[in-house]
Design a binder for this molecule. Structure first.
Ligand code: ZN
Length: 181
């Protein structure tokens, strides 16, 4: 469970990062920054901050903030009732993002898998994004990502976002803890 003081701490850090990245959001958007902790209780390791500013029947846009080494857990966006799953593009605006998707990868990856949860981070194909660089993840493809030592701000552009259908590798993350990114 996210406490009120945690919410305040992480959402205000997110605001600072957005400022550093030169990304303006309105007061109304500031007030509804989401802090995702996936009900795991280790938000510094597994968690992220986000603000959604478009989510229509067809497309979605959001800003994601990751504090230093904060990690979005491995998940995929499956087909729903015959409708193709979510496709998403991550464009780095600030810091460095280590992104992992299904496929061949190096023996030693650059990110540090969250301690004690290594088995839930299986993707090894490594994509390193610095400001201005982007990568598109195809529907139903496993992925996870982590910020480097400076933290990171990432703009996400995607098809419609539906939190409740995401499938996480870590079985402890159920519908209640899901945040679609
Ligand atoms: Zn995703």
């Amino acid at each position: 469970m996210l406490t009120k003081s945690d919410y305040e701490k992480y959402s205000s850090e997110a605001k600072e990062y957005l400022k550093k990245a030169g990304i303006a959001i309105t007061k109304e958007e500031e007030a509804r920054i989401e802090v995702a902790e996936y009900e795991l209780g280790c938000i510094d390791k597994v968690g992220l901050e986000l603000v959604v500013y478009v989510n229509t029947e067809r497309c979605c846009a959001k800003e994601l903030v990751l504090l230093p080494y904060q990690t979005c857990p491995e998940h995929r966006h499956p087909e729903i009732n015959g409708e193709i799953g979510k496709e998403e593009t991550f464009r780095c605006r600030y810091g460095t993002v280590y992104l992992y998707v299904e496929g061949e990868g190096p023996d030693e990856i650059k990110a540090k898998k969250p301690e004690g949860m290594e088995e839930y981070f299986t993707c090894r194909k490594e994509i390193i994004l610095n400001p201005g660089e982007q990568y598109t993840i195809m529907p139903d493809t496993l992925h996870w990502f982590q910020a480097g030592s400076e933290g990171a701000v990432v703009s996400e552009f995607s098809t419609k976002s539906r939190d409740e259908y995401d499938i996480y590798t870590d079985p402890r993350i159920d519908a209640a803890g899901k945040r679609n990114v």
